[in-house]
Write a protein that binds this ligand. Structure first.
Ligand SMILES: C[S@@+](CC[C@H](N)C(=O)[O-])C[C@H]1O[C@@H](n2cnc3c(N)ncnc32)[C@H](O)[C@@H]1O
Length: 295
């Protein structure tokens, strides 16, 4: 199965991409045909349908705690295999920013290391997800002072890098491969590993109806910093509806996106130009979140 899934990554020339910025199907099974169908029918599966309250109905979220041992092993194999291919495709010193979640990040990051990438830390996207914080199920009154688990307030992204050739310094790597470091912000600050973020704004969700759409305000600084010299190609091998590609275009970075499902790909063709346009009309909140100078 994995062979067919990663066909494109397997075929591209070795050392041909400079960075990866991606939001993979980190429960793996949430983007299987049967699970997508269950989500559309509102019948659960791995997609938890949150209760509607305050007159608002919430979007379904994947329930990653529902993965059993076998599924976790499938997930590990998926990311080991993927990381092997990504390592081959990346130039030495090429960075990978990979989205995860608080339940699975340790598994995803260690599998990526097993596949050949070097762990360089985490990027914490501060954002209130709707996960966790609930009282024990069916005993809410009895244990009204207890939450089963912490309320999610962040999203961990792995920062990994293809190892530099032995004894090579970052400066040599920059000269030879245009990789190895992270680009400083336009106002000359180092890229920071905690980012104050937001849930994807309504105006972006109105353009694209993908269950995992990431906000432009978060992705633009990421794609910008992934190319230390502003040269080369960023790749999103799980592009969904193309939010990474749109962010890259908006900040003037070349990007390739790959998506398994034709309908998401079609969505991206229509949605990317409209998301890029938003870059020129940030609202006030967005302006505070964006790096100065990156629109
Ligand atoms: C979490 S979503 C990414 C959503 C994206 N961040 C966006 O804003 O639209 C992961 C995507 O990866 C796709 N996918 C799953 N397996 C894949 C594979 N083997 N190759 C390419 N895409 C895949 C899924 O269909 C899904 O659209």
């Amino acid at each position: 199965m994995a062979k067919v899934q990663f066909e494109w990554l397997r075929r591209i020339p070795e050392n041909s991409i400079h960075a990866v910025v991606t939001d993979p199907p980190y429960g793996v099974k949430e983007y299987e045909f049967d699970q997508i169908e269950k989500r559309l029918n509102g019948q659960g599966g791995i997609w938890r349908i949150p209760p509607s309250f305050d007159g608002h109905s919430r979007a379904p979220l994947p329930r990653f705690t529902a993965l059993n041992r076998k599924e976790r092993e499938t997930l590990r194999c998926f990311f080991v295999e993927w990381a092997k291919l990504a390592t081959r495709a990346l130039r030495p010193g090429g960075h990978v920013f990979i989205a995860s979640n608080a339940f699975l990040s340790q598994l995803v990051f260690s599998a990526a290391m097993e596949g050949g990438l070097k762990f360089r830390g985490q990027l914490i996207r501060l954002v209130r997800t709707l996960r966790g914080g609930d009282r024990p199920k069916n005993a809410e009154l009895e244990f009204s002072g207890v939450s089963s688990m912490a309320r999610g307030c962040y999203e961990p992204w792995g920062i990994l890098r293809k190892p530099l050739p032995p004894k090579m310094k970052v400066s040599d790597c920059l000269r030879e491969f245009q990789t190895g470091g992270l680009r400083r912000t336009p106002d000359d600050k180092p890229f920071s590993d905690v980012v104050l973020s937001e849930r994807t704004p309504r105006k972006e969700r109105d353009i694209i109806n993908h269950p995992s759409l990431k906000p432009q305000s978060f992705l633009r600084p990421l794609v910008y910093s992934a190319l230390p010299l502003g040269e080369g190609i960023v790749c999103d091998p799980f592009m969904g509806s193309g939010s990474t590609v749109a962010a890259a275009e908006a900040v003037g970075v070349a990007c390739i996106g790959v998506e398994r499902y034709l309908n998401y790909y079609e969505m991206s063709r229509k949605g990317i130009p409209r998301l890029i346009k938003l870059a020129n009309q940030p609202d006030k909140k967005e302006e505070e979140l964006l790096f100065p100078g990156i629109r």
